[in-house]
Ligand binder design. Structure first.
Ligand SMILES: Nc1nc2c(c(=O)[nH]1)N[C@@H](CN(C=O)c1ccc(C(=O)N[C@@H](CCC(=O)O)C(=O)O)cc1)CN2
Length: 287
């Protein structure tokens, strides 16, 4: 029997509808949620993601502004732009599209974003708050995975979650969020010896290693929930995840496809966080 598909497009759409209602309520109170998207350089994939983010904002009535900077922009010039956005009343969320050109230090740039506008949840303060279980913006991809599990009725407490990948924006926070929901979490990565001996123990397997079709049937336990965070191109330039879907289908109880699984949730949760930022600003103004 085939695995049940966790449809990120459908779940994302349901969440976007409720975010759109919150936008409408804010507008009635005279506030239009605004997102600034900063894109540096000519990375084609980044340009597509940024365009999709802007379109998604428009679709639910939010304002978005693109700050498009050339590849040769210096770090200092970028920091000036961010400071300017930090001070703007009409901008509630700021995101700097990653990756940045090599001559710019991503950590320094991200740390410059005001924490109350850090809707990507990447700044050291946001990460620290998340680790402590304090209220903050959660990084959009892991946050989206948590929503996929919730909307699919998948129990987390008491389950063994195995993460393959240890990036700052997906693997590490993913483990923390699952831990906070009482999963037992194991972190693994591309250099873990005998990886299948770990992944085979997973009730929930999160593939976030960034290698096309890396997770095969030998990595997956019968009945596991398999979440594929990867976005890669295969040898035919076809979009694919980190999981070899054809092999794992039928072994997993549930699986996310690529495209149409985790990807759409990343933008959905960005909209969610931006509306949250605008609501918080309004609430603070009324105090
Ligand atoms: N500042 C950030 N930079 C990056 C992030 C991020 O969350 N914040 N994540 C990724 C890229 N990304 C968003 O920016 C992103 C990637 C993929 C998708 C998506 O919807 N994918 C679709 C397939 C799209 C396609 O056809 O190429 C899917 O999986 O269905 C959304 C957002 C790195 N940078």
């Amino acid at each position: 029997m085939s695995s049940a598909i966790i449809n990120g497009k459908e779940i994302g759409q349901e969440i976007r509808s409720s975010v759109a209602e919150r936008v409408a309520r804010l507008k009635e109170q005279g506030l239009i949620p605004g997102l600034a998207v900063v894109l540096v350089g000519d990375n084609q994939a980044s340009a597509t993601y940024v365009r999709n983010k802007q379109k998604s904002c428009e679709a639910i009535g939010m304002f978005s502004e693109l700050i498009k900077l050339p590849e040769e922009t210096t770090q200092e010039e970028l920091l000036v732009q961010i400071e300017c956005l930090n001070n703007r009343e009409d901008i509630h969320g700021i995101l700097v599209q990653l990756p940045l050109p090599k001559h710019i230090d991503e950590d320094t740039v991200i740390a410059t974003i005001a924490v109350e506008k850090d809707v990507d949840g990447f700044s050291p303060v946001s990460v620290g708050k998340m680790m402590l279980g304090q209220e903050t913006f959660l990084p959009c991809t892991p946050f989206g995975v948590m929503k996929l599990l919730e909307y699919s009725g998948i129990e987390i407490a008491g389950k063994h979650a195995v993460i393959v990948g240890r990036s700052h924006i997906v693997g590490k926070p993913m483990g923390q969020l699952l831990l906070q929901k009482d999963a037992t979490v194991t972190y693994t990565h591309s250099k873990t010896p005998d990886l299948p001996s770990f992944t085979k123990q997973a009730d929930i397997l999160i593939a976030a290693v960034g290698r096309a079709n890396f997770i095969t049937k030998e990595h997956v336990k019968e009945g596991a929930v398999v979440i594929d965070v990867g976005i890669n191109r295969d040898e035919n330039n076809k979009l694919c995840g980190d999981v070899n879907f054809a092999e794992v289908d039928g072994i997993a109880s549930h699986i996310t496809p690529v495209p149409g699984g985790v990807g759409p949730m990343t933008i959905t949760m960005l909209l969610f966080n931006t509306v949250q930022a605008a609501e918080t600003k309004l609430a603070n103004k009324m105090k």
